[in-house]
Write a protein that binds this ligand. Sequence first.
Ligand code: SF4
Length: 317
Amino acid sequence: MQPEPVRLMPPKSKASVAAPGPESGPSGPRARKAIRSVWTPDSLQGRDYHGRRWVYTQASVQPRGFSVGINLSPERECDYRCRYCGIPKIDLRAPGPVEGQELTLELEQTLQAIRSGELFRHPAYRRFPSDWKTLSRVMLSGEGEPTLCPNFNEVVERLVHSRARGRHAFFQLVLETNGSGLERPEVLDGLGLFTSQDEVWVKLDAGTEDRFRFMSGVDLPFDRVLARILAMGLRRPVVIHSLFARVDGSPPSRSEITAYLECLGRLRAQGAMIQRVQIRSVTRPPAASGCSHLPLGILSDIARQVRREVGVEAEIS
Ligand code: SF4
């Protein structure tokens, strides 16, 4: 069972968990303009920005510890409209570039706050088990689709550089994506900097065209979605990230699950390297979505079928 997400109380000062930084950095006047707290008490995303713009922290269940997240979609830009998405979307517009220098400063401050233990002195984290108080990974994720970021490659370069400096504990890089930008040269260049320890998590929530369109809210040929996963899976191992939900009270049909398993099987047969499959369900989606949580027993059953019929490791995440 997932623990309740951890949220910081509004910081007393805008740099309450940050290491001292230059006035032009995230604790300076510019960042103060961007300070926001998008997460309401109803949100289960569990992301804490600590007054920063691009970088947030999030308690993660697997592996136990802290994820530092990089939000490449400051205006929640995403080309999907998933029914279960807990993040209200505005009309699609191309995201602007990430301000790389600002991101680097924010990342350094966040990593320093984790390393020094300053982050965990905040009341919201004090009771955290000590073995969770470590950095586990840095996620390219956020409030929209990260592969739409126009300077994706620069962002990855900055993260890789920060890791290579060795000032903080080693962290894994993870890209969490719906797959839509995986063919972009900018993204391919950035992913070329990922090592074998880093991971690419690609969304696959359906096994049929109808279910895909219904769940994603986009009019995109399902074959195209699968082709993108295949193309990435031929380049490097991918983690398939799948969400199943009750919709209007009904779980996914047996035929839908069969079709999903067949998709995975076809991808493998075509040569895609599937590292593992993550099965999850919704936590608290928008009330109007009609989506609700699937019991653990059903999720476990899907994971069992993935292991048995596709021959790939599967976990409930
Ligand atoms: S792809 Fe992710 S961010 Fe975009 S609508 Fe779907 S769940 Fe939300």
